[in-house]
Design a protein around this ligand. Sequence first.
Ligand SMILES: Cc1cc2nc3c(=O)[nH]c(=O)nc-3n(C[C@H](O)[C@H](O)[C@H](O)COP(=O)(O)O)c2cc1C
Ligand code: SF4
Length: 564
Amino acid sequence: MFVADYIVAGPADLTLIDLWRNEPAPLLPLLHAFHDRDGYITDQAISAIGKEMRIPLADLYGTVTFYHHFAREAPGQASPRVCTGPVCCQRGSQAILESLPGATAMACAGRCDDPVPVLIGHETFVAKGPGQLERRAASPLPAPNPGGVEECAFRHIREIDRATLDGYRRTGGYAGLTKAVTEMIPTDVIETVRESKLAGRGGAGFPTGVKWQGVADAPNGPKTIVCNADEGEPGCFKDRALMDYDPFAVLEGMTIAAYATGATRGFLYLRYEYPETHDRLAGAIAAAEEAGFLGDNILGSDFNFHIYLRRGGGAYICGEEGALLNSLEGKHPFPRNRPPYPVTHGYDDLPTAVNNVETLASVPQILRKGGEWYRGLGLGEHAGTKLISLSGDVQRPGNYEVPFGLPLKTLLFDWAGGPLSGRTIQAITMAGISGGFLAGDALETLTLDEASARSHGSMLGAAGMMAFDDSRDIVEVARVGMEFFAHESCGKCFPCRIGTQRLAERLAGTAGPDDIALWTGEVYEIGGVMKAISACGLGMAAPLLAESLVRFFPEQVERHVAGI
Ligand SMILES: Cc1cc2nc3c(=O)[nH]c(=O)nc-3n(C[C@H](O)[C@H](O)[C@H](O)COP(=O)(O)O)c2cc1C
Ligand code: SF4
């Protein structure tokens, strides 16, 4: 199709477009609507959307083809997509992919505790091997905390019917919002969150109270709350558990954030690969609206707040807040240059709080029980708790809520049961894969908090951890991770666009010198440039995987390089 070739939209196209044209953030839902109707995005759909929504065809074409989920030809949506994330690769995803006619690979689908996920249309299956597909509507329920440690985000998640509005209310749900709206002014709410020392759980760890204060203080409006439910980091699946089993806690957290900041609209940006979670959230939003917990005159007050659910298009970079905001606005989802920050120039260039699912789901408990209570849940000087998604070669993979400061070995060995029989854990990945590997003594000495992770040259981030035992080829694990970064680099800046490719080639053994000193020097040189001048966290973090491999596994790297 050429840019000048507008194809005349048919009446059915216009009907579909009319459904969304006046809604906020309409492009993604429109693309999904056409994709669902036709099975892929046709030239006619691009033409009709471009013309009716006044988006230049070339821009729209670039945006549509950027998202991995949107197919451009048949069989498109109907063909199976098989997860090829780091854990699934070790569980035979390649053989499963080859056994399914027309199947294509998909980046980590956030089910590392129940591999190997296969998406067909809007249904999730899990394959234990070729020809062994089973439907999976919900994620595994997080197991009771084996340490008996007090929880916040998972405090009520195992209660019966917690995912229904009745069940939620029966177990203390909406007490936090009711207290906020009927007993507190917005500044008090922000003060309670500040006192709790709650910090962003999406990876960057920015203090939530400070962020909310920034939005509350910013002039202009309407103000917006965005719940970042993109959860694309390999090895992370905690937000999915919260949304599947405690969806009203996420909505209540968003609503409290709106009350505190003066926001009147909210977006819940959910990764595409969670279709069943999408349906649960849509049902929860409708139920909350009907019961007066969302919409106009919430709880009989003059406070109005509406939440719009939006599905992503399968691009990891859309978890980065600037890219997410561009994606919502229907622009090409590149990260934005900062400053200005979203607190003053977010959605539609207006004040916006972007918060992670876990951050928001923790807020109702903090309002109910107080900032001091939450702060006291951490060990020593650490405040609060963190959900950890632990997967790979441990006896009991799953999501665990830990007090900040808990020794890693307690989680790995006491809570998760340690390695599989006859094996030892040779490495874990940190921050999904963005924190690289930890191995050796670090497995003994690390405590689960950002300061300890940094002192080991890593980071806790969103706290996905994948364990790999001594049966695994650790260079191959690093290759899979780096190819993920290379695939997901948005290409906006060259150090990341080219650097991730060059590192992936070296880890695949398809490029680079066969001399270990030269090979290592190149890896550090490429990584150094990436860390210094990449425009967002993807390019800054990606080198850690290669560098930590060199640091912890010199013999394996030497064997790999000798084979080039
Ligand atoms: C490449 C990249 C991917 C990210 N993906 C996510 C994500 O999936 N979910 C998330 O909450 N934050 C993600 N973040 C962090 C967000 O940019 C942002 O810091 C976060 O949503 C803010 O919420 P919080 O303060 O509650 O953590 C990502 C950052 C980068 C650089
Ligand atoms: S660092 Fe990578 S992902 Fe981030 S803006 Fe640059 S090219 Fe895009």
